[in-house]
Design a protein around this ligand. Structure first.
Ligand SMILES: Nc1nc2c(c(=O)[nH]1)N[C@H]1C(S)=C(S)[C@@H](COP(=O)(O)OP(=O)(O)OC[C@H]3O[C@@H](n4cnc5c(=O)[nH]c(N)nc54)[C@H](O)[C@@H]3O)O[C@H]1N2
Ligand SMILES: Nc1nc2c(c(=O)[nH]1)N[C@H]1C(S)=C(S)[C@@H](COP(=O)(O)OP(=O)(O)OC[C@H]3O[C@@H](n4cnc5c(=O)[nH]c(N)nc54)[C@H](O)[C@@H]3O)O[C@H]1N2
Ligand code: SF4
Ligand SMILES: [Mo]
Length: 710
């Protein structure tokens, strides 16, 4: 029997862990972590282990499909690739002719082929390429740029070497990034202390030395008090701060009234505990790491919460120190050339402004390289700034991943053309006119991954088995569409392998070099900058800007006054908070044969005293509703959640019948959420929604699914 082993990259989520795939007689038999990579071992997370289940899933999209019935009716006809691509190209040409190229919008989850789709849009003349970034961490991105002049993606946390770690809802043991998750476990085993702050006892909370059940939305108050104590008791790294920081005196003046006693009232965390944390942080500096997080507290002032965390790191002097925040180094730092991207080609700047006004006076600071997807529904409905007629969604479900899904559906109904490049019958695929199925990650080679870090490296996703169905890689789909739209010359390849070869030209590596270990490195040793004189900060002052020119030049304060978070108005009201579970990825794995069996639906967690007032017990059926939408699901009653909060795992409540295992299971948090945005940072305020909960008639299960699985 023929047996081969292929190094590749997982794509059950976008962390892209390096993997080794065992193939026997053309079938994938086993997937494990690529243990040639530092800190990874052979382990995978549960989703990574479900890759074979995805590959063999008979409910994924198997051929190109063109809609036949009413939009959303679930009726499509099978089409050949030529037919489907001709259809899309004809529609797009007509739309561009009538309304201009800016009437076409392309949205995707940032992926290895993003340079291909950005090229596609620019070549068409449209400014409207957006990514998921704002939905995930837009305000984190802006906060980093305001302090260091680099995006969050250009920096990283050295979890492995930290002696003390503070996580604000960064639920690293369930919201998994395998390498970071393992680094956290390793650090704890090695004696590091973990503080975890969350209104809910997540799995990470159960491993913490110090757990703080914070009142939802009040993290900024906690951080202001921590900064207060650190400055007042001189617990910060004076030498580092004096050398690198702009605005310490302004911060000192501003922070004076924000005492731990004040914060205790707001957060529900005792003043003594806040002081103790500040002192312990000071003792362990510079290896004290405050993780900036992704999805913890999402409010309209999120940028300031993230900046406060970055200020705390800087006060610890941990920047570019082991156990702190580091700047990722690219091949240039090792005196080498990196890979090529299609966007390196000369491409004009589209004449029209972006649909989301990102980068203009309306939203000056969010990153225009990513845009503000959540602005799309209103832009369509109001034809503002201009009519939008077509949406292409690639590896992104803008219906299920943006707040207020009912509003999104209403807006998308107005479009002349919706195309999705997907592997599943997702919510966006469900309302698409054409679905173009991508081959799943085990079936395809992808563009090169430039993995900058302390050691700059390159990784490659390599095809392990041929496609099972009539599917194609996204860079080939876009090339073939480009050919039909007269922009084919921007895509100088006839296979993804040829595109990879083109990307590698000049880097000193070839595809062959990836065979030995699954990756190549530009440098063997970690590259660190000199903390005394060598930090290459990109802010206008060349300093770490507590007092931020980026913010102030745009008319925003560097240090705004704290706005108190209101109490819940009545006994039926709860603040909706949301998050991950270890066995699912956002909105895309709920129909996976294996994962849907392990975790078929979500529940709503509420505190036992609040539940008692409403006559609700675990396993009872409840209706959850807001001004935006509603749904029914089971209650999970517990004292492991703050009284004000109701928690739901994100990603459920699918409405597309073709995905039978996930159809109508649980409730989508996106159906309930208000659409509001942090105007400075760019992230939606996902947690700015108050929901109501009421019991409905149905026999109680007596036990929640969650208990059953524990
Ligand atoms: N309400 C609410 N909204 C949220 C969040 C939340 O917690 N609550 N979280 C936010 C965060 S942090 C993020 S990162 C985003 C994520 O938002 P999304 O990127 O939309 O979510 P995913 O589930 O990662 O994947 C989206 C789509 O990619 C498809 N897909 C998976 N693999 C492939 C592939 O190989 N090729 C192609 N072409 N398609 C593929 C899936 O079928 C799915 O339709 O959502 C954000 N939105
Ligand atoms: N299994 C799994 N792992 C993943 C993903 C996945 O989909 N599935 N997605 C990946 C992606 S794209 C991302 S962005 C990361 C997300 O990584 P995290 O941000 O760590 O993940 P979430 O589960 O969204 O965490 C949100 C937590 O914040 C808490 N929270 C809610 N409100 C507040 C508050 O006011 N203050 C504080 N301190 N906490 C609050 C919630 O209770 C929840 O536990 O995970 C990555 N890893
Ligand atoms: S974290 Fe899990 S699902 Fe995500 S890439 Fe790694 S192994 Fe795959
Ligand atoms: Mo994310």
């Amino acid at each position: 029997m023929e047996e081969t082993s292929v190094f590749s990259l997982c794509f059950m989520c976008s962390v892209r862990c390096p993997i080794r795939v065992l193939v026997k007689n053309g079938q994938v038999k086993w997937i494990e972590g690529n243990d040639n990579v530092d800190g990874l071992g052979k382990s995978l997370c549960p989703r990574g282990a479900a890759g074979i289940s995805l590959l063999n899933d008979t409910e994924r999209v198997q051929t190109p499909l063109i809609r036949e019935g009413k939009r959303g009716s679930g009726k499509w006809r099978k089409a050949s690739w030529d037919e489907a691509l001709d259809y899309v190209a004809e529609k797009l040409s007509a739309i561009i002719k009538h309304d201009g190229p800016e009437s076409v919008v392309f949205g995707e989850r940032t992926n290895l082929g993003t340079h291909v789709s950005k090229t596609f849009m620019k070549a068409l003349g449209s400014p409207n390429h957006f990514t998921h970034d704002a939905l995930c961490k837009g305000s984190v991105n802006t906060a980093f740029r305001s302090m260091f002049g680099y995006t969050d993606a250009q920096m990283g946390p050295d979890v492995k070497n930290a002696r003390q770690i503070i996580l604000y809802g960064r639920n690293m043991l369930e919201a998994i990034d395998l390498k970071a998750t393992r680094a956290l476990m390793g650090a704890i085993e090695g004696g590091a202390k973990l503080t975890y702050v969350d209104p809910r006892v997540s799995v990470t909370a159960t491993k913490a030395h110090n757990y703080m059940m914070i009142r939802p939305g009040t993290d900024l108050a906690l951080n202001y008090a921590l900064i207060h104590v650190i400055l007042e008791e001189e617990l910060y790294d004076r030498e580092f701060v004096n050398r690198w920081v702009l605005g310490l005196d302004d911060l000192r003046k501003f922070i004076a009234p924000y005492t731990p006693e004040w914060a205790a009232e707001e957060t529900g965390i005792a003043a003594e505990r806040i002081k103790a944390l500040a002192r312990e942080a000071g003792k362990n500096k510079p290896a004290t790491l405050f993780h900036y997080g992704y999805r913890g507290a999402h409010y309209q002032n999120e940028i300031y919460q993230r900046r406060a965390i970055l200020i705390l790191n800087t006060l610890m002097g941990n920047i570019e120190a082991p156990g702190g925040l580091f700047f990722k180094k690219g091949p240039g730092e090792a005196g080498r050339n990196g890979i090529r991207k299609l966007t390196d080609q000369p491409l004009g700047k589209p004449a029209a402004p972006r649909f989301d006004r990102c980068g203009t006076a309306a939203y000056p600071l969010p990153d225009p390289a990513h845009g503000l997807p959540q602005m799309l529904p209103d832009a369509i409905l109001n034809a503002d700034p201009y009519p939008i007629k077509a949406l292409i969604a690639n590896r992104l479900d803008p219906v299920a991943s943006m707040p207020d899904a009912n509003h999104t559906r209403k807006a998308f109904e107005q479009l002349d053309l919706i195309v999705s490049i997907d592997i599943n019958f997702s919510e966006i695929a469900g309302i698409s006119d054409v679905i173009l199925p991508e081959s799943v990650y085990l079936e395809r080679t992808d563009c090169v991954q430039a993995a900058n870090g302390m050691k700059p490296q390159l990784f490659l996703r390599t095809q392990a088995v041929p496609p099972r169905y009539d599917t194609m890689e996204a860079p080939m789909i876009l090339k073939k569409l480009g050919d039909r739209l007269g922009i084919g010359s921007y895509f100088p390849y006839d296979s993804v392998e040829a595109l990879v070869d083109w990307q590698l030209e000049g880097s000193g590596f070839t595809r062959h070099d990836f065979l030995e270990k699954g990756f190549v490195a530009f440098s063997k040793e970690p590259i660190r900058w000199d903390r005394e004189n060598g930090l290459k900060l990109k802010t206008p002052s060349g300093k770490i800007e507590f007092k931020s020119s980026l913010l102030e030049d745009a008319g925003f304060a560097s240090f705004p006054d704290y706005a108190p978070v209101p109490e819940m108005p009545d006994k039926q009201s709860f603040r909706l908070i949301t998050g991950r579970v270890a066995v699912h990825t956002h909105v895309s794995t709920q129909n996976n044969p294996y994962l849907s069996e392990i975790y078929p639906e979500n529940m709503v967690w509420i505190h036992k005293d609040r539940a008692a007032e409403l006559g609700i017990s675990t396993g009872d059926r409840v209706r959850v509703f807001s001004e935006q939408g509603e749904g029914e699901l089971d209650a999970h009653v517990s004292d492991l959640i703050h009284r004000d909060a109701a928690f739901m795992v994100h990603g459920f409540g699918h409405r597309v019948l073709r995905a039978r295992r996930s159809y109508n299971r649980g409730v989508s948090d996106a159906d309930l959420m208000r659409h509001v945005t942090d105007p400075v940072g760019g992230s939606p305020g996902f947690h700015e929604t108050i929901i109501q909960i009421e019991k409905i008639k149905r026999a109680s299960r007596g036990m929640s699914l969650l208990d059953a699985h524990r």
